[in-house]
Design a protein around this ligand. Structure first.
Ligand code: PLP
Length: 404
């Protein structure tokens, strides 16, 4: 008789967005005349930019002609894309990353979930609290998280690093030593960023203790402040302790198009074994490459037109972020984020949990956000609004909240 991976049975239901959906549906059915404004989900809303669309069309035409048709893509991804990444995302920032240290994938969710394949089950992970849930759930699936403790909303074998307003929503170095540290900056859900001096402390800590950092830079394109590093490799020594994961979802609107990449420097070793080789083996065995058409579209993001057009989109979202941040501050809320990230993290009023605030905002302002507790126990008492709506709706939502 076969056996299943029982770790899956330990996973609590992931109800956050379906619970939100249900509540919103009930409300709209009961109040069909009310216009709901959704600032909850972290998905982009603007269409792909013209440079990307043009590249998609051209690459599609390539597939129609014998001479330019492409079958399986190279394991690591097309060199034209990897060299554009190496040049623009790293070299221009003073970081040397070789093309064979860059692995193209179908997105940061897959990579951040799959990277655990190359690590023993007997590693202890540390995550921020609140956190993007994928890191914890995928480690739980691999038997690395211990047991779920429902009363605490935590896993028994995971080190939680609280991100509180006292530390500007940055984690502090953990007291117990982890083997694998997940960091995500700019952060989802708090919108917090980390400056280079602070990130350097994590790199030094990982090198000193022999830990590996998995650095999720999915929101890199939203960084606006000078002292915020765009890549962990801007820190000295990061190549011997860090893996960086990036996405085309939020910088270029590829959430439905799917493209991302992971960087594993060859200097990153465990007992002489290069993690780069292990990931290459894993990638070559379990993944058959992101589609040529999509990689060609990804390369268009790095053309002059592509850069200009995607920058305009990010500026549009960040204009929304400013409206939310400044509007809520004027309305007396304690607000953070929204400067280097499209997320605004606000403290719920003292007498309300994050779900109570959700209900209140839905009923009184007809605005939908995300309760902070959905991102872990440390998110209780907080609420996430996103800047991915339209400018007009964002203005209206904030006016409504201000009037409450
Ligand atoms: N990492 C973080 C922190 C995210 O918030 C998200 C999506 O919301 C992802 C990764 C997923 O990125 P992708 O669309 O490339 O899978």
């Amino acid at each position: 008789m076969f056996k299943i991976n029982e770790n899956y049975l330990k996973l609590p239901g992931s109800y956050l967005f379906s619970d939100i959906g249900k509540k919103v549906k009930e409300f709209t059915e009961a109040n069909p005349d009310k216009k709901i404004i959704r600032l909850g989900i972290g998905d982009v809303t603007l269409p792909l930019v013209p440079a990307v669309i043009e590249a998609l069309h051209k690459a599609t035409d390539d597939m129609a002609v014998k001479e330019t048709f492409k079958g399986y893509a190279p394991d690591l991804g097309y060199e034209f894309l990897r060299s554009a990444i190496g040049e623009n995302d790293f070299k221009k920032r003073g970081v040397d990353i070789a093309v064979d240290e860059i692995f193209i994938s179908d997105g940061a969710k897959s990579d951040s979930g799959n990277i655990g394949d190359i690590f023993d089950a007997d590693n202890k992970i540390a995550v921020c609290d609140p956190v993007y849930p994928v890191y914890v759930d995928t480690n739980a699936m691999e038997g690395r998280a211990g047991n779920y403790l429902p009363e605490q909303g935590k896993w028994s074998n995971v080190i939680y690093m609280p991100c509180t307003k006292e530390t500007n929503f940055a984690p502090e170095l953990p007291k117990e030593e982890p083997d694998i540290i997940y960091l995500c900056f700019p952060n989802n859900p708090t919108g917090a960023a980390i400056n280079k001096t602070e990130l350097q402390k994590w790199v030094d800590y990982a090198n000193k203790t022999g830990a590996v950092i998995i650095y999720d830079g999915a929101y890199e394109a939203y960084i606006s402040e000078e002292d915020v590093p765009h890549s962990i490799y801007e820190c000295d020594g990061a190549k011997t302790c860090a893996i960086e994961i990036r996405s085309f979802s939020k910088n270029a609107g590829f959430t439905g198009t799917r493209l991302g990449f992971t960087v594993i420097p060859k200097e990153l070793k465990c007992g002489g074994v290069m993690l780069n080789s292990l990931w290459a083996r894993r990638h070559g065995t379990k993944f058959n490459g992101a589609p040529y058409i999509i990689q060609a579209a990804g390369a268009a993001v790095y053309t002059e037109e592509g850069k200009r057009q995607t920058k305009e989109q990010i500026a549009y979202y960040m204009k929304n972020a400013k409206v939310i941040r400044e509007g809520l501050t004027a309305a007396g809320y304690n607000v953070s984020g929204g400067v280097n990230a499209p997320y605004i993290w606000l403290e719920t009023p003292k007498d309300m949990t994050s779900w109570q605030f959700f209900d209140y905002l839905l009923k009184e302002a007809n605005v939908v956000g995300t309760p902070g507790s959905g991102f872990g126990p440390g998110g209780e008492g907080y609420f996430r609004l996103t800047a991915f709506g339209t400018y007009e709706n964002t203005l209206e939502a904030i006016e409504r909240i201000k009037k409450l």
